[in-house]
Design a protein around this ligand. Structure first.
Ligand code: PHE
Length: 456
């Protein structure tokens, strides 16, 4: 951890802005625009949404801060960071398992993430061809279903998306991507706002219905499944529990204020998710679609809007381009941990390590995409492969590693150091300690037990 080695192997972010962009780039992605709305729809709306919001601020934000803080002290990849920081604190190096399970999580997530990234990419082309012109809900459902049934087609786009991810990671053209994102991300934000306004304009009373569905508390709809899903999604959405944010933290300069930076990232992430919800659900209700129809939700609803508005073809193309970029800035962060691990543990160079990791993930991705068609009936624990991977990662691996991180930070590290790092006065630090030592661990354990308890 000497500053000498730090300088050799680790450049630092040129600015707080660059860091924010990379962290927000990893956080904001398909999770916000594709996954959040369909989960909210499946879980009955507001009870899930409000629990998710509470989880984001009360659990996600402190864990995000903790990951950055540990990463900044460790200055290495997540596994070695955990090992080094543990040793420096006089603890067992076995804490590295937090990092190891994290890498496994990122590997599994990328396999299905790439399939959905492929859908987004293909929808650029579909929108450009005018496939959605004057389409009603029935048409867009049909387009989506025939698209899901076409294995070769899905495979092509999964391959394209995975190859693009690998290409960026192998060549380290991340800075170019970052620059592109400086344009794309605000573009996505503006377009989402525009879509919400459009939804308000065309869907009449369905807009209010959507708002109530998402935000008016209806706690009777709250199930243990929904609470577990909300917690898992807070982790997924902030890219937590995989060591990714820890790795980013290792590039972070001392002067950056962790708490305020984390607050900005969480707010941004929540805004993109809720705006997507408000763009999509008015269309769902106005067109008589099912809110709980699953992973196809945005691919069925938004095309209706693009098909009926003036300039919809161009806007549709732009939207799916932005979405693909948002997905790419997340997928490169998902590939990085596996590549880094292979690079260090084997004799492979960066390019070969990237190639091998991507190949393995790509193969697993094929199993995921088949679960939408040929293998729809291949089930384990009553779930197809796609659902199972999503379930195991979001609901188990991420919360468990997140728990490990927070317990490590709150109970294993010297708290005086943390107080200095966070620059908090005694009053606020007491609140921080109460949260990280007790509230968060107890809440996460309780939600895990409650969520996995058989037969309620
Ligand atoms: N947070 C990303 C999203 O919301 C997904 C992601 C998960 C990225 C985990 C990196 C790590 O889309």
């Amino acid at each position: 951890m000497s500053s000498g080695t730090m300088k050799e192997s680790h450049s630092q972010w040129s600015s707080r802005m660059g860091f924010m962009l990379a962290a927000a780039g990893s956080a904001v992605g398909l999770g916000n625009i594709w996954k959040f709305p369909y989960m909210a729809g499946e879980m009955g709306g507001s009870a899930f949404v409000l629990t998710y919001l509470i989880c984001m601020f009360l659990i996600g934000l402190p864990i995000l801060v903790m990951e950055w803080l540990i990463g900044r002290r460790g200055q290495k990849n997540p596994i070695h960071t955990m090992e080094d920081v543990a040793k420096a604190e006089g603890r067992s190096p076995e804490w590295r398992w937090v990092g190891i399970i994290g890498v496994l999580g990122s590997f599994l997530i990328l396999s299905f993430y790439s399939v959905i990234g492929g859908w987004a990419t293909d929808y650029i082309v579909l929108a450009g061809k005018g496939a959605f012109l004057h389409a009603n809900a029935h048409d867009t459902e049909q387009i989506f279903n025939s698209f899901l049934g076409n294995v070769n087609h899905l495979l092509t786009w999964h391959t394209v998306f995975m190859a693009a991810t690998a290409f960026i990671v192998a060549l380290g053209v991340g800075s170019g991507l970052e620059r592109a994102c400086k344009v794309m991300m605000p573009g996505l934000g503006v377009l989402l706002l525009g879509l919400v306004a459009y939804a308000y304009w065309v869907s009449g009373p369905a807009f209010g219905e959507a708002f109530r569905f998402l935000f008016t508390p209806n706690w009777s709809a709250l199930s243990s499944t929904a609470i577990l899903a909300a917690l898992g999604h807070a982790f997924f959405s902030l890219s937590l529990g995989m060591g990714i944010m820890m790795a980013y933290g290792s590039y972070l300069g001392k002067e950056v204020n962790l708490l305020s930076t984390a607050r900005t990232v969480v707010i941004l992430d929540v805004l993109v998710a809720t705006l997507s919800g408000m763009a999509i659900f008015p269309l769902v209700f106005a067109n008589g679609l099912q809110p709980g129809s699953g992973p196809g939700l945005i691919f069925v609803t938004l095309p209706i809007a693009f098909g009926s508005m003036t300039g919809g073809t161009i806007l549709g193309v732009l939207f799916f381009i932005f979405l693909t970029f948002a997905a790419l800035t997340s997928s490169i962060s998902l590939l990085e941990p596996t590549v880094e691990l292979l690079e260090e543990k084997t004799r492979l160079g960066r390019k070969s390590a990237t190639f091998l990791s991507s190949l393995l993930i790509w193969v697993l991705g094929i199993a995921c995409l088949l679960s939408f068609n040929a293998w729809a009936d291949v089930k384990l624990f009553d779930k197809n492969i796609f659902d199972l991977l999503d379930y195991v990662t979001s609901k188990l691996l991420l919360p468990v590693t997140g728990l490990g991180t927070i317990i490590f930070g709150a109970w294993m590290m010297k708290q005086r150091v943390i107080q200095q790092e966070l620059n908090l006065n005694n009053f606020w630090f007491a609140i921080w300690e109460g949260l990280t030592k007790l509230v968060i661990p107890v809440a996460v354990v309780a939600i895990l037990i409650y969520g996995f308890w058989p037969e309620k």
